[in-house]
Ligand binder design. Structure first.
Ligand code: ACO
Length: 424
């Protein structure tokens, strides 16, 4: 193990250097405050590692993403989403019997407690489905409290993966004023979700294979992304030993923001705005470069990817295929491609290494599949579930985990005497 040297206030300190399996290096500052009385300051944590993790590897400079070592391109091309869930959570590819048992568990826990259906009655029909999703997922802890044993946690993991699609589909049915469609155990994970979304009791509904396949790919591409904002939230909340449902409910809320998973909804709204404004993409690229406009190109830029986002590459190719297979001709896809082409030639974007991210093309595919715009971030959450669960589990099982508690540099008023109300 090598060391880094720090000279501070004239004193020299040695800090251990940790190296990951892909050669990434980190200066371990665990003893820094004890030794120097100083802390580090890192707005947005862009230089701060919060844990060691074996789950997902990203090399943002080279556009590499791997789940447990498997390249995203291979995973997205051939896997079933449930296999990816198993891989992320348990660390190895399931054999046939492990997978069959896992899929059986997921199929047999899809029903919601009947009392939970009453919750939906209380929301206004205009409620954003992310508001419903996060509170319903947190509410699962009221029905399935965590006991002392590992089996509770394992069962709750299966319950969470199984019931979240049901919650998501019911929240959509609520906004449509349609009756809830119950889950079906004979359908695959993705087909079951689509059935609950699009079937109505008045007529039979057969899930089109092309939809189930597209959904499977989309969920896989979103399944994990190491220590992003929502995952760090899950770990942060979980570090206080909060239960699985409470931790993931918090992660869902973190995902909702437009700078994170909420961007997929904003991308479509932006493309619609451009179309309604005459389709002048250059005007919007100009606006995005002007700080005073307050406008950003949604679906562009990433904290880690500085070359390309491999998920966006896969999605761009798939968008053409899926839309063709569905017989959908969406002018927003053309606008998106034009916008990308103009931005990628523009010095402002080139200099800052701003490329389309996963959210740029995903919305166009979801739209073609008939998923309403307000549901896009919910779809992201369904995909990210196994990643959140895997990261929560890894955090729980790591003996080095301590409650997450950053420090601060205080810049407020120094000590002063309280002034009584009448004297102010
Ligand atoms: N449009 C225009 N300019 C941008 C954009 C954008 N989408 N993204 C970054 N920039 C500019 C910034 O203005 C800044 O310019 P400056 O150096 O002249 O001040 C520079 O690029 C760096 O941007 P930061 O905001 O500092 O980058 P950060 O790493 O903090 O943010 C983020 C990353 C949040 C993704 C940002 O690029 C963004 O807001 N993108 C749009 C929202 C989006 O698509 N989010 C989804 C991200 S992927 C995901 O979460 C699934």
């Amino acid at each position: 193990m090598s060391n880094a040297k720090l000279i501070f206030d004239g004193e020299e300190y040695e800090l251990p250097v940790i190296e990951g399996t892909e050669g990434e290096r980190a200066i371990d500052i665990a003893e820094l405050r004890k030794q120097t009385r100083a802390i580090t300051l890192d707005y947005g944590y862009a230089n701060t590692g919060s844990c060691e993790s074996e789950i997902t590897f990203i090399n943002g400079e080279e556009g590499i993403l791997r789940y447990r070592g498997y390249p995203i391109e291979q995973v997205a091309a051939g896997a079933d989403f449930t296999e990816v869930c198993y891989l992320l959570i348990y660390g190895h590819l399931p054999n046939a019997s492990e997978l069959a048992e896992f899929q059986r568990l997921l199929a047999y826990h899809t029903l919601l407690h009947e009392d939970m259906k009453k919750f939906f009655e209380g929301y206004p029909p205009t409620a954003h489905p992310m508001a419903i999703l996060s509170s319903m997922v947190s509410s699962l802890s009221a029905y399935y409290p965590e006991g002392q044993g590992d089996e509770d946690v394992e069962l709750n993991i299966a319950r969470l993966l199984a019931k979240t699609p049901t919650i998501a589909a019911f929240s959509y049915k609520k906004t449509m004023g349609q009756p809830f469609i119950y889950p079906r155990n004979d359908l695959s994970y993705c087909a079951n979700f689509l059935h609950m979304m699009f079937a109505v009791p008045a007529e039979p509904y057969v899930v089109p294979q092309v939809l189930a396949k597209a959904l499977n790919m989309l969920l896989i591409l979103h399944a994990d992304h190491e220590q992003n904002c929502s995952t760090s939230t899950v770990r942060m909340v979980g570090s206080s030993q909060a239960n699985l449902f409470a931790s993931i409910g918090a992660g869902i809320n973190a995902l909702w923001g437009p700078l994170h998973g909420g961007a997929n909804q904003r991308v479509i709204e932006m493309l619609e705005r451009i179309r309604n404004d005459g389709g002048d993409v250059e005007k919007y690229v100009r606006m995005a470069k002007d700080r005073d406009s307050g406008f950003r190109l949604m679906g562009f830029g990433h904290r880690v990817y500085k070359n390309f986002d491999p998920r966006a590459r896969i999605l761009k190719r798939s968008a053409d295929d899926v839309l063709e297979a569905l017989g959908v001709d969406d002018p927003l896809l053309d606008i998106a491609k034009q916008l990308e082409a103009v931005a990628l030639e523009d010095e402002f974007f080139v200099e800052r290494k701003l490329y389309p991210n996963v959210d740029f093309y995903s919305g166009i595919i979801y739209r073609a599949m008939g998923i309403p715009t307000q549901m896009f971030t919910v779809m992201f959450a369904l995909g990210r579930l196994p990643g959140w669960i895997a990261q929560w589990k890894e955090m729980r099982e790591d003996p080095r985990t301590r409650i997450n508690r950053p420090r601060q540099v205080y810049t407020g008023a120094t000590a002063r005497d309280w002034v009584k109300l009448g004297d102010r």
